[in-house]
Design a protein around this ligand. Structure first.
Ligand code: HAM
Length: 440
């Protein structure tokens, strides 16, 4: 086939055979979030570019190299020199929406979660896409390290529910603006001595934010960054105590972790706690979940001083891990009944029976292709219908037909008038039960 248009590089189509796996992950994400008192928030796919510049940070790879601008045909946004950008992540949009909708005036802590698509113009590879999806959670109002532990526990609890194992948790503290001043000075001095070998972007970062050099993807810069000073040696007393309490809380909750002083995260808004969950079996793009505290961001975006924290997980990476580890997905739903018919009157009866059953919540199908009986039954088999029924002149005359169990071949007579729905329900539920028992 010579397609005129193909999907954009770095994006994926989600065909039905894949989509049911996503339903498992999304369902369990929502259930887990609700167990911890998080409610869903939805916000636009695109926002004013300055939102991302101010939160994610001007000197980050995401803002400098990876954002997709939105071109509007009509330039109503003429007053905004930066225009709009597709969201590269969910925290900035969440904070903006939380502020704009006054959620911080409600009971604290405010806890919201989202399942969204994000866009980053990165070099695609396994586990790295240009359009990808995140399950994220954000909490506002608590500065307690217990909140950091709670979020980490929720992320871990979710992965446990999905059946994922062998994922390691790494934590670090990147301090607050007070301790970071000294750290920046030490980093700057270190990189200044090696400036000639840094990439051009990192040379520019030296004055703006030398911490960003630590997560540059260029092999030369990351080689130099290996021996750079680490933030843990510069933490002020408050940040150090916060980090110690977090570790205590994690131990009390039985959550294993390793401290990795090299984790700085690629986004500018973080303060104090940062963490990552890393899988061992999905290749180079192995960070499934990243998060941390961002105590300054709400104020930075025009809100009241409010501590906050959150995490986000890449759904593609989660599903890849589940597939690699042979985790179970909630099975795809199957058609309950296929009604095959012969002749016009029978086709009409199929229509009315299907309507009755669908009104009760059953999945019912009948012929839409003008097929003969044999071809209709072949189709019923192909779609995996649990039951089938053939309606012809005899069935119309008798006001009833045989319900065929497609798995066992058993035929059960069913009248169309007398308790049709109730009898059909009992048979279907009974079959589901015996099928489950057979599989135990
Ligand atoms: P992030 O580390 O940039 O953090 O992204 C979170 C997760 O999204 C990553 O761990 C990864 O699983 C997935 N991800 C990121 N980029 C890609 C990509 N190009 N292709 C596939 N998956 C990707 C954030 O986005 C923060 N907003 C997390 C956060 C929430 N921090 C506080 N609250």
């Amino acid at each position: 086939m010579d397609l005129i248009v193909k999907r954009p590089y770095g994006t994926r189509d989600m065909v039905p055979a894949q989509a049911y796996k996503w339903h498992t992950v999304e369902k369990l994400a929502m259930e887990t979030a609700e167990q911890y008192g998080f409610k869903e928030i939805r916000f636009p796919t695109f926002e004013e570019t300055k939102l991302f510049k101010r939160s994610v940070g001007d000197a980050t790879d995401v803002v400098q190299k990876e954002m997709y601008g939105v071109f509007a045909q009509s330039t109503e946004n003429g007053k905004d020199e930066d225009g709009f950008t597709l969201r590269p992540e969910g925290t900035a949009g969440t904070v903006r929406a939380v502020l704009e909708n006054g959620l911080l005036n409600e009971a604290m802590p405010q806890k919201v979660y989202y399942i969204i698509s994000c866009f980053r113009h990165e070099r695609p590879q396994a586990g790295r896409l240009r359009e990808f999806h995140q399950f994220g959670a954000e909490m506002f109002g608590s500065d307690s390290p217990a909140a950091d532990a709670e979020l980490i526990a929720m992320a871990k609890g979710f992965m446990d529910r999905l059946g994922i194992s062998g994922v390691e948790l790494f934590i670090n503290s990147i301090g607050c603006p007070v301790c970071r001043k000294q750290y920046h000075a030490a980093l700057k001095a270190y990189f200044e001595e090696r400036k000639d070998n840094l990439c051009d972007t990192c040379k520019g970062r030296l004055d703006k934010n030398p911490m960003r050099i630590l997560d540059c993807k260029s092999p030369v810069c990351s080689g130099i960054a290996k021996d750079a000073p680490v933030i843990l040696d510069f933490l002020c007393d408050e940040c150090r105590e916060h980090f110690e309490k977090l570790k205590e809380n994690l131990s009390v909750m039985g959550i294993e972790y390793s401290v990795n002083p090299k984790i700085v995260r690629g986004l500018d808004y973080y303060t104090k706690t940062v963490f990552e969950f890393v899988a061992s079996d999905i290749g180079a793009q192995s960070t499934i979940c990243g998060g941390g505290r961002y105590d300054g961001l709400v104020e930075q975006l025009g809100g009241p001083k409010t501590p906050a924290l959150g995490f986000a997980m890449g759904l593609e990476r989660l599903i890849m891990t589940m597939e690699n580890q042979g985790c179970d997905f909630i099975p795809e739903k199957k058609c309950d009944l296929y009604i095959a018919s012969m002749g016009e009157a029978a086709a009409k009866k199929a229509l009315s029976l299907a309507k009755e059953l669908r009104d009760e919540g059953f999945w019912v199908e009948y012929d839409l292709m003008g097929r003969g009986l044999k071809a209709q039954m072949k189709y019923a088999d192909k779609i995996g219908a649990a039951f089938s029924m053939v309606i012809g002149d005899n069935e119309l005359e008798n006001n009833g037909a045989n319900l065929k169990n497609m798995r066992t071949g058993e035929q059960i007579p069913l009248r169309f008038d007398d308790g049709f729905i109730e009898n059909f329900s009992n048979i279907v539920v009974g079959d589901m039960f015996s099928d489950t028992m057979n599989n135990i």
